[in-house]
Write a protein that binds this ligand. Structure first.
Ligand SMILES: [Cu+2]
Length: 691
C-alpha cells in the first residue's frame, strides 16, 4: 500500500488529493567527481580537549565549544561552503581549522562532562526560514544543544523550548547547574555519562528551525568509552575509538544552473549564499511535487517547509564522496546515519576496476552484481553492545515488503561495526546504498545513480549526483593501521540486558514476551503502564502534508494525531517500566527517537491501518526484532501498517545537584519524536514527561 492510498483511507480526502507525488525532481548540485579526496578522521576533524571543571574539579571533564558560522571546502571542485557548526575552544590537536561536523567529544563512562556552549551565530540564517512553522518567527540564531542518546537531566537534555541566544526559551533552566555562567549567549550542560560504550551525538534542537540548523551543520559526535571498550579494541588512542563514518545527504548551489532549476532561490536566500558550493535546501511546497489539500483558505507560503528533504550528494564525515585508505587487518567503523530523512541500506562490494563507475548493475533489479566485500560484523547500536555480534555478508538489496535489507539504518540510527580487510593490495571496495527515499515507498527521482531509468537527472561515469555510492575503501599500506583482532566475547562482561532476550539468538527471532501490567522485572521495578500510541498523517492549515503522533483516542476533527503543543499524554513515573505499542497508520517508516530512555523492541505485528479505530486489530502473527535490534536502542524503525511493542525504563540520572521541575510542562520535560527532521518539525513530536 503506497503513501497516497493510506491518506485516502485514513483521512477520507481522496477526492481532494493532488496528482501522484513525484517528489522533488530538483537535483541542483554540479557533477562532482567521486573519490577525489581522502576522508577526514579523528585527527583532522577538530576534537575538543577536556580541562578541569570550575566547580567539580577533577571529577568532571570540562569542554567548551562555540557555535559559529564558518566556511569549509567540502569538495575540490566546489567553492567554500558556508556552514553553521561547533568549534572546540580548546582543540585536542591545535592548528586544525574549523570544519564541518567538528567538535567531537570523547567521554569516559562514569565521568561526567560539563559542556559550555557559546552561541556566536549571526542574526540571519544561511537557509530560507519558513516562518509559519511554530517558533520559526523567533530570532533565527537561536540554538540549543541536544545530546542525542545521552542519559541526562531534563535541564541538560536540550529540548525544543530550551533554546538560548538572543533570547531564552521558556524551558531554559541550565543555570541550575552549579557554576553555570549568567547571560543569554552561553549555556552549560551536565552529562553524567552513566552509560556503556556507544556513539551518541549532539545536535541542535531549537523550536521551528531544528531541521535547518542540523542541515546547516550544527551536529557532531560524542563517543562514550570505557575499560571494556579498551580491553576489546586496544587501549591506544585513537585506535579504540574506531573510525567515525557519518553520512549526510546534501544539495549544493551551482550558479550556472540555479536560475533555471530554482528561479526562487535568489529571492529567498542570503545574497552571499548564491555561490558555487553554497548549501541548498528545498523551500517551495509545489503541489506538483507534494500532496496538497486544496480546499484550505491558506496556500503554502514562500519559503515553505516540505514533507521530507532528500539530497542528491552524499557526504561522509563532512566531505563529498571521499575515499578511506585502510591497511589490511581489522578495523572498527562507528557508523551514524545523520541524513535529515534518507534511510541507508549498507552493502560493501568489491569495486570493478574496469568500470569507471565501480559497480555494474543487474538491469532487472538495478542492484550491483559485484562480489560482496568483507563481512561487516555489527557489535553495537545506539544503546551500546548487542546481545551477540551480527554478521552482514552484503549482496542483500532492500526488501520493501519485509522492511529488511543488509545493514539498514534509518536517520539517527548507529552501527558499531568491525571489518577485516584481507591483505590484497590494490583492491577497492564501495559502500553502497539502495534504500528508497522516502522509505519504503520510494520515489525514483530521489534515487540518484548512473543509469537510473526512472530519474531524468543523470550523473556522468565517476561523478555525482549519486546517493548510492557512499564511500570508496582502498586497501593501502599507507592507510589507517589496523587494530588488534578484538575479543568480542568481552562484550558479555557488560551486564546490559536484564530483559527477555534469547541467549543465543538466531534469525528469525521469535516475538519476545510482553510483560503484563504490574509485572516485576529483573531489577525489581514493575511495569506501571501499557500505552497504545499512533503515528498519523494529516494536513495543516495551508493544505500541506504533515505527520503527527497521538494516543489511540480519536481526536475532534478526525484521526488520532495531536500537535506538539497539546498537553502531555505520555507522563511516566520515575523509576518505572512501561510498555508502548505504537501503531503506524501512515505509509512511511518513521525512525522514532526517545529522549532520556533506551528501549527494547519486543515484537512487531501487522494491523489493519485503514480501519484502525484505536482498538488493536491485528491481521497477522507477530515477529521478533531483527538480530541487530537485540540490544538497547533509542531510535527504532516503526514500519507502515505495523504495531511495534517497546519495553522502556524511565530512570532519571543521579546528579550532584538538584534540578527544578519544568514550569512549562511540570515534571522532567523531555520529548519523543520522529527523526526524519522534516517530520519532527511539523509536527511529529510530543512531550515525554517523567514525574
Ligand atoms: Cu517520520
Amino acid at each position: 500500500m503506497n503513501r497516497r492510498q493510506f491518506v485516502q483511507l485514513s483521512a477520507g480526502v481522496s477526492a481532494l488529493l493532488a496528482t501522484a507525488r513525484r517528489a522533488q525532481a530538483m537535483a541542483q548540485s554540479p557533477r562532482l567527481s567521486k573519490w577525489a579526496q581522502r576522508i577526514r578522521g579523528v585527527t583532522d576533524i577538530p576534537i575538543s580537549a577536556p580541562s578541569r571543571d570550575p566547580v567539580f574539579k577533577a571529577a568532571v571533564d570540562f569542554h567548551q565549544i562555540e557555535i559559529v558560522e564558518f566556511s569549509d571546502q567540502l569538495h575540490p571542485a566546489l567553492g567554500p561552503t558556508k556552514l553553521w557548526g561547533y568549534r572546540p575552544v580548546n582543540p585536542l590537536i591545535p592548528g586544525v581549522p574549523t570544519r564541518h561536523l567538528g567538535g567531537l567529544i570523547v567521554a569516559e563512562r562514569g565521568k561526567p562532562v560539563r559542556l559550555r556552549a557559546t552561541n556566536r551565530l549571526p542574526g540571519q540564517h544561511i537557509l530560507p526560514v519558513d516562518q509559519t512553522i511554530m517558533g520559526a518567527n523567533l530570532p533565527q540564531n537561536r540554538t540549543v544543544v541536544h545530546l542525542h542518546g545521552g542519559h541526562v537531566p531534563w535541564i541538560s537534555d536540550g529540548g525544543p523550548f530550551a533554546w538560548f541566544g538572543p533570547s531564552l526559551g521558556p524551558s531554559f533552566q541550565n543555570s541550575f547547574i552549579p557554576g553555570s555562567p549568567a547571560g543569554q549567549a552561553t549555556a552549560d550542560y551536565f552529562y553524567p555519562n552513566d552509560q556503556s560504550t556507544r556513539l551518541v551525538w549532539y545536535h541542535d534542537h531549537a523550536l521551528g528551525i531544528t531541521r535547518l540548523n542540523a542541515y546547516a551543520g550544527i551536529a557532531s559526535g560524542y563517543l562514550i568509552t570505557d575499560a571494556i571498550d579498551r580491553s576489546a579494541f586496544g587501549s591506544s588512542f585513537p585506535s579504540y575509538l574506531g573510525i567515525p563514518i557519518i553520512f549526510q545527504d546534501k544539495i549544493f548551489v551551482d550558479p550556472a544552473t540555479i536560475a533555471l532549476r530554482d528561479p526562487m532561490w535568489n529571492l529567498v536566500s542570503r545574497t552571499d549564499l548564491r555561490t558555487l558550493g553554497s548549501l541548498w535546501y528545498a523551500h517551495t511546497y509545489d503541489p506538483k511535487d507534494y500532496k496538497l489539500l486544496r480546499n484550505q483558505t491558506l496556500t503554502p507560503p514562500q519559503p515553505s517547509c516540505v514533507p521530507e528533504f532528500f539530497g542528491d550528494t552524499m557526504l561522509v564525515n563532512g566531505t563529498v564522496y571521499p575515499y578511506l585508505e585502510l591497511q589490511p587487518g581489522t578495523h572498527r567503523l562507528r557508523i551514524l546515519n545523520a541524513c535529515n530523512a534518507r534511510f541507508l541500506n549498507l552493502n560493501l562490494f568489491v569495486a570493478d576496476p574496469s568500470n569507471p563507475d565501480g559497480v555494474t548493475l543487474n538491469p532487472r533489479t538495478q542492484f550491483p552484481v559485484n562480489p560482496p566485500g568483507p563481512v561487516m560484523t555489527m557489535v553495537g547500536s545506539e544503546g551500546g553492545w548487542l546481545r551477540r555480534p551480527v554478521r552482514f555478508t552484503s549482496g542483500v538489496p532492500v526488501d520493501t515488503t519485509k522492511f529488511t535489507g543488509n545493514l539498514l539504518l534509518g536517520p539517527a540510527e548507529r552501527a558499531d561495526v568491525v571489518i577485516t580487510i584481507p591483505s590484497t593490495p590494490g583492491v577497492e571496495y564501495i559502500l553502497y546504498n539502495d534504500a528508497p527515499a522516502p522509505f519504503p515507498g520510494g520515489s525514483p527521482t530521489d534515487d540518484y545513480y548512473l543509469g537510473n531509468p526512472k530519474n531524468p537527472i543523470q550523473p556522468l561515469p565517476g561523478t555525482g549526483p549519486d546517493t548510492r555510492q557512499l564511500l570508496k575503501i582502498k586497501v593501502s599500506a599507507s592507510g589507517v593501521p589496523p587494530i588488534p583482532t578484538p575479543d568480542l566475547n568481552v562484550l558479555a562482561l557488560d551486564p546490559i540486558l536484564p530483559v527477555a532476550v534469547p541467549t543465543d539468538p538466531v534469525s528469525p527471532v521469535p516475538p519476545l514476551p510482553v510483560p503484563a501490567l504490574n509485572a516485576v522485572l529483573p531489577d525489581g521495578g514493575s511495569v506501571k503502564a501499557i500505552r497504545n500510541l499512533t503515528l498519523n498523517e494529516a494536513f495543516d492549515e495551508y493544505g500541506r502534508l504533515i505527520q503527527m503522533i497521538g494516543t489511540a483516542t480519536p481526536q475532534q476533527g478526525g484521526g488520532f494525531g495531536q500537535p506538539y503543543m497539546n498537553p502531555a499524554t505520555e507522563i511516566a513515573q520515575a523509576g518505572s517500566w512501561e510498555i508502548w505499542r505504537i501503531f503506524n497508520t501512515t505509509a512511511d517508516t518513521h525512525p522514532m527517537h526517545f529522549h532520556l530512555v533506551n528501549v527494547q523492541i519486543l515484537r512487531r505485528q501487522p494491523f489493519q491501518a485503514a480501519s484502525f479505530s484505536g482498538v488493536p486489530n491485528f491481521t497477522g502473527p507477530a515477529r521478533g526484532p531483527e538480530l541487530e535490534e537485540l540490544g538497547w536502542k533509542e531510535t527504532v524503525k516503526c514500519h507502515p501498517g505495523e504495531c511495534i511493542t517497546l519495553l522502556m525504563k524511565f530512570e532519571l540520572p543521579a546528579l550532584p545537584f538538584t534540578v527544578p521541575t519544568s514550569a512549562r510542562t511540570g515534571g522532567s520535560e523531555y520529548v519523543w519524536h520522529c527523526h526524519i527532521l522534516e517530520h519532527e518539525e511539523h509536527d511529529m513530536m510530543r512531550p515525554l514527561i517523567v514525574d
